[in-house]
Design a protein around this ligand. Structure first.
Ligand code: CMC
Length: 466
């Protein structure tokens, strides 16, 4: 991996990055580097100036390293929502939001989506390189070996009400899964880590399918080890004991692509959550279970579900695309065009571009005409012509079209964020590993600017107003 270049601090030869030393382990992050250029940033607070080193990533991203700012000046930086804050150096995923570029470990998403498999992409993300044929076969064998749930976990499922949201079940069950492998709770050595990673990746689809079966009152279907990752999941979702399900190859390839497109997205809300929890040295199970909870929110992974709800309510009301867009623009309405906008992309999300094309192909192959797709396209066209969206650089994101494809596959809407979670699992695992491998690990602990009451004395209850 190419390290970040720290520029500036004339006279210094090397500079240690804030969170580590010179770890050369593939897939780990580090920013310790030879200093190449005499550039630095200068910050003036009152009548004092501070020189701050500039860090440059392998793709030329520039960051001002403020890790010593508080020591030097007593001040901290303030960045509500972290829109301008780099929380780490990472070697996993690169996004250029202005150009609409997404690469996993250097490989363009467009190539992986068409040419790779989900398991291979997962291996790439987690371990840093595409697997050799032997590594691929071994990892796949490990996934098959771990696809069953401990039978006792059935009891946990029985405790959930039938209408429980599958994301709640997923997060609880991933955490519970850790109880059955206490030896793997602190996977310090590489073999333990690989085993825990494979267990989670494999069992997450078994849990997901079981939660769906529970919600519709059907018996669980056991996984079939001879099936590959995606067909095995579809089998567990849609087979019945007396009616086997043969997945359509077009459905399999579309779902494989969806999972690849969701596999990582650098420091998004859920991944930052996983890194944050992992930085406290919490185990992999607990950390990714927290990631599921963060992903559930409608501004994040829950947006795919929210898009379908939005499209169906527009269709039900008979409203036109333009009328709905007018409501979105009216700030008093508090209505957002779900599946639009992104913190990082100020251009078309490359994943949405791939999914839009796939939508047409998959629905045509399955012989489905979905009025939701027509409406989605009308909304997109209307929005992209509108000054409100142009000025704010709002484009369709990954969630705008993914739900329409998943619906066509027969995946129920509440399961959409679960599909996102299955896809994102390798990314979370890779980020957890990156944090765990940090040679000089530090707990993630942002600061704040306190704006509450200043010191005041306690008032006994009988002296307070009634
Ligand atoms: N519809 C209408 N207006 C929007 C939208 C939208 N979808 N997204 C942003 N805006 C407006 C927002 O009101 C604000 O306007 P103003 O400057 O007048 O106050 C401006 O654009 C900037 O928005 P923001 O909320 O400050 O942007 P953000 O970077 O904090 O939020 C976002 C990013 C994804 C949460 C937001 O665009 C959004 O809520 N989108 C809808 C939910 C969605 O599709 N989420 C999925 C994200 S992609 C997958 C994932 O990462 O999970």
């Amino acid at each position: 991996m190419m390290p970040c270049r720290v520029m500036g601090m004339p006279g210094l030869i090397r500079r240690r990055r804030p969170r580590g030393g010179a770890d050369r382990t593939p897939g780990s992050s580090f920013c310790e580097v030879p200093i190449a250029m005499p550039d630095k940033a200068t910050l003036t607070i009152g009548d004092k100036s501070y020189e701050l080193p500039v860090v440059v990533g392998t793709e030329g991203e520039v960051g001002v390293d403020i890790s010593n700012l508080r020591n030097q000046s007593g001040a901290i930086t303030l960045d509500d929502g972290y829109a301008n804050t780099g929380s780490c150096c990472s070697a996993i995923t690169f996004i250029d939001g202005d150009q609409g570029i997404l690469r996993y470990r250097g490989y363009p998403i467009e190539q992986l989506a068409i040419r790779s498999t989900f398991v291979e992409t997962a291996y790439l993300l987690i371990f840093g390189e595409l697997p050799s044929r032997t590594q691929h076969a071994e990892f796949r064998a490990l996934l098959s070996q771990h696809e069953y749930l401990h039978e006792d976990m059935r009891h946990h499922f029985e405790g959930f009400p039938p209408n429980a949201h599958p994301m709640a079940i997923l997060s609880a069950m991933i955490n519970a899964m850790g109880c059955y492998q206490p030896a793997l709770l602190n996977p310090d050595d590489p073999e333990h880590f690989t085993d825990a990673a494979a267990r989670i990746m494999s069992k997450v689809r078994t849990i997901a399918a079981a939660s769906y079966k529970k919600s519709i009152g059907e018996p669980w279907m056991y996984p079939r080890p001879e099936l590959q990752y995606v067909p095995n999941f579809l089998h567990m979702m849609f087979s019945k004991p007396n009616r086997p399900y043969e997945p359509d190859p077009d459905v399999v390839s579309a779902l494989r692509m969806i999972l690849i497109l969701h596999a990582d997205h650098e420091q998004n809300c859920s991944t930052s959550t996983v890194r944050m929890v992992g930085s406290a040295q919490a185990n992999l199970y607990a950390s990714v279970a927290a990631g599921v909870c963060a992903l559930w929110g409608p501004l994040h992974g829950g947006a795919n579900q929210a898009v379908i709800n939005m499209l169906s309510s527009i269709l039900a009301s008979g409203e036109t695309a333009s009328a709905f867009i007018a409501k979105v623009k009216d700030k008093t309405s508090k209505i957002r065009l779900m599946g639009f906008g992104h913190r990082v992309y100020r251009n078309y999300d490359p994943r949405a571009k791939i999914l839009k094309e796939a939508c047409d192909k998959v629905l045509a192959k399955l012989g489905i005409h979905d009025p939701m797709l027509d409406l989605a396209k009308q909304l997109e066209e209307t929005a992209l012509r509108d000054e409100y969206f142009i000025q704010r650089k709002l484009y369709p994101n990954v969630d705008f079209y993914s739900g329409i494809i998943m619906r066509a596959m027969g995946i129920p809407v509440p399961m959409f964020p679960v599909m996102f979670a299955i896809g994102r699992m390798p990314g979370w695992i890779a980020h957890w590993r990156e944090v765990a491998l940090s040679p000089n690990p530090r707990i993630y602990r942002p600061r704040q600017i306190y704006v509450g009451p200043t010191k005041r004395d306690y008032v006994p209850a009988d002296q307070r107003p009634l």
